[in-house]
Write a protein that binds this ligand. Structure first.
Ligand code: IMP
Length: 430
């Protein structure tokens, strides 16, 4: 089974970085297919923390090649800085990182526009990460964007930037009343980075399929989560790409027929950053407590994450969209100190029982969340190595979630460190 995908099943920040790092031991290639440096994948190795924004988490394993697919939007400056920071910490990156020539670039216009639009939205803001992601995807879709492959030719870069500037300059001046860098500066900055990035560019479609034909194992790393999906998330409080597995085919150029196994990653509770519906959200006091226990602050922006109970309807919808073979449950240890734990089993909307988070939920939708209470375990889980080491009540919690979702939980993460995971299956590519 050569391809294995890891997908976020909630609103991102499920701990995918750690899971990808765990499975990377067995992989030859780790490939990302969507998003940009709005993502922040945190991995802790021997007490040292690494936060990866664009480079796939597999980079921390010398055996892995890493691929940035055409479905990402790449801020070239941020990528170069990330590569340099990894090199500074002793990782060989340039010979192992491949970047799709078809990936679009995040330009200064996009970052500035992201901030200006959020300001204009006022109370109706989305709470973006401010990295220009949605605006870069916007230019991609309206067919005016620059792709990394354009960096190969100075004339192309200058012409395309001049064309972009011809509508961004009056827009910023007249609508947003903001100063922006000149077209010449934007182009020069890109061209300065070109010699560093161009050697890593490839046609990912032929390359990836060649890897598969050669029997190499490909781990596919999702960013964000299915409920942030532009099509299937809580629109408009979503990101601008497709974290759901549909994005794999377009974002890597991999036929859906070549995706062999898909795991959904779910946190043992629920979090989201930014605005938008979160039906099981804790009250402020309890939310502060769990945020502190779980260090729930955005890895990219440092913003406090909103926290709530595990929400089965949320993950059920992701399971439908993701076709998950299994769930990997993270951060169970954050609930260690609780007397009792709750799971949202279903919703009641308009007097009806609703088991699956419905399409079209808005902030105005009146959802009554139906909970089930289970006893807490009140024991630190950090040192548990095998499933049998877990206290009975922790196992009950896990098994109840399995029952509610109808799929097995194969990995349980009980501490931030690389070693802190209980594997209930071995051989991820077997
Ligand atoms: P954008 O992707 O920066 O446009 O932000 C759109 C929404 O997605 C905001 O609510 C962000 O907080 C959220 N978001 C984007 N990336 C992540 C992520 O990696 N983890 C969690 N939330 C994210």
């Amino acid at each position: 089974m050569p391809t294995f995908a890891i997908i976020g099943s909630q609103w991102g920040d499920e701990g995918k970085g750690k899971i990808v790092d765990l499975i990377s031991r067995e992989a030859d290639v780790v490939a990302r297919y969507q998003g940009g440096n709005n993502a922040g994948h945190t991995v802790v190795v021997n007490g040292e923390q690494y936060i990866l924004h664009l480079v796939p988490s597999g980079v921390l394993h010398a055996n892995c090649q890493c691929l940035i697919g055409n479905g990402l939007v790449v801020d070239p400056q941020v990528l170069e800085e990330e590569i340099q920071a990894l090199e500074g910490r002793g990782f060989e990156v340039r010979s192992r990182l491949l970047i799709s020539e078809g990936a679009h670039m995040v330009l200064p216009y996009h970052r500035l526009l992201d901030a200006a639009q959020e300001k204009l939205r006022g109370k109706g803001k989305i709470g973006t990460t401010g990295r220009g992601i949605g605006c870069a995807y916007g230019d991609k879709v309206t067919r005016v964007g620059l792709r990394l492959g354009d960096l190969r030719c100075e004339k192309v870069v200058r012409e395309k930037i001049k064309r972009l500037a011809s509508f961004y300059e009056p827009m910023f001046e007249n609508v947003y009343h903001e100063k922006i860098p000149s077209a010449g500066k934007v182009a020069n900055d890109l061209l300065e980075l070109a010699p560093k990035l161009v050697p890593m560019l490839i046609d990912n479609v032929t390359w990836l399929n060649e890897q598969l034909d050669a029997g190499r194992k490909i781990l596919i790393e999702g960013a964000q989560g299915i409920h942030l999906d532009i099509d299937h998330g809580t629109y408009p409080f979503v990101t601008s790409s497709n974290p759901s597995p549909g994005g794999i085919s377009t974002g890597l150029g991999l036929s859906p027929r070549r995706i062999d196994r898909i795991a959904g990653v779910a946190k043992a509770y629920t979090t989201r950053v930014g605005e938008g519906p979160l039906p099981t959200e804790f009250d402020e006091e309890f939310g502060n407590r769990i945020r502190k226990e779980g260090a729930e602050y955005g890895a990219t922006t440092g913003r406090p994450r909103r926290c709530g109970w595990f929400d089965a309807p949320v993950v059920r919808r992701s399971t439908l969209l993701g076709g998950f073979d299994e769930i990997m449950l993270t951060k169970l240890d954050v609930l260690d100190g609780l007397e009792s734990v709750r799971i949202a089993t279903h919703y009641r909307i308009g007097g009806r029982d609703v088991p699956v988070f419905p399409m079209g939920v808005t902030m105005e939708t009146e959802i009554e969340v139906v909970y089930e209470d289970l006893p807490g375990w009140r024991t630190p889980l950090g040192q548990c190595k095998a499933y049998e080491d877990l206290p009975e009540n922790a196992r009950r919690y896990i098994e109840r979630i399995e029952q509610l979702l109808g799929i097995p939980i194969t990995v349980v993460s009980v501490s931030a460190d690389r070693g802190g995971a209980i594997l209930r299956r071995s051989g991820f590519f077997a």
